[in-house]
Design a protein around this ligand. Structure first.
Ligand code: SF4
Length: 225
């Protein structure tokens, strides 16, 4: 499931170059969808905050696939509202991913980190590994890295207190290539530091064909809670 209490964003690092959320927002705007009337401008949607209460059973939820919850234009008050709903619906597991790890760190003590909230930062190349240090210091109970789209090697990461690493290549017509040894190196670091490793895809122009096998097998490890 995806849940988008906020929409819109601004680009902050190289991983944003072919932002899927931007393309989708513009498409939905062109289709006249009310929620996207302001295109990719940052917007908080009060009417979307309570949506998780309507879901039956227990869901795994990607929060803000169309935005970044910790964008500076999203108010602390609104972030707290989103957290209150996550705190109040423990039957669902929420995966929150940000590139604004500094703001996450700045605000984390004002938020309640129930165990159903998995907090992640994007780490697409070595220029942004500082995000891992911010994440590590937060009170989130489950912490993960999304090394996707992987556009450079990530050597010698400190994975202390990190529970899960997802990696994958960029897809699409202009996808930046991912080298195989970058993925093996991350896999090795995870194995050495006892971190669950998930390999999502090779990506490229035809991501279906490229598949998601690494050395003849798939890697679908999940954090043990
Ligand atoms: S932070 Fe995420 S949503 Fe925002 S521009 Fe970058 S890739 Fe897109």
């Amino acid at each position: 499931m995806t849940w988008n209490p906020t929409t819109g964003c601004t680009k902050i690092s190289a991983g944003c170059k072919y932002c899927y959320a931007e393309v989708m927002s513009r498409r939905l705007h062109a289709m006249g969808i009310e929620k996207y009337r302001d295109g990719f401008e940052v917007r908080m949607h009060n009417d979307a905050v309570d949506i998780p209460y309507t879901w039956k059973g227990s869901k795994i939820v990607f929060v803000n696939s169309m935005s970044d919850l910790f964008h500076p234009l999203v108010s602390l008050e609104f972030i707290k509202k989103v957290f209150a709903v996550m705190n109040d619906t423990p039957q669902h597991t929420y995966q929150v991913l940000t590139k604004r790890a500094d703001r996450l760190f700045e605000l984390h003590e004002q938020l309640l980190w129930t165990s159903n909230i998995w907090m992640g930062v994007s780490v697409e190349d070595a220029r942004v590994t500082g995000r891992i240090d911010f994440l590590r210091q937060t009170n989130a109970q489950t912490k993960f890295l999304s090394c996707e789209p992987l556009i450079g090697p990530l050597l010698n990461m400190n994975l202390q207190n990190i529970n899960w690493v997802i990696t994958g290549g960029e897809s699409g017509r202009k996808a930046r290539p991912m080298q195989e040894w970058w993925v093996w190196d991350i896999r090795q670091q995870c194995a050495e530091q006892g971190v669950a490793f998930f390999f999502k895809q090779w990506g490229g122009i035809n991501k279906k064909k490229a598949g998601r096998e690494l050395g003849g097998r798939t890697y679908d490890e999940m954090p043990s809670l």
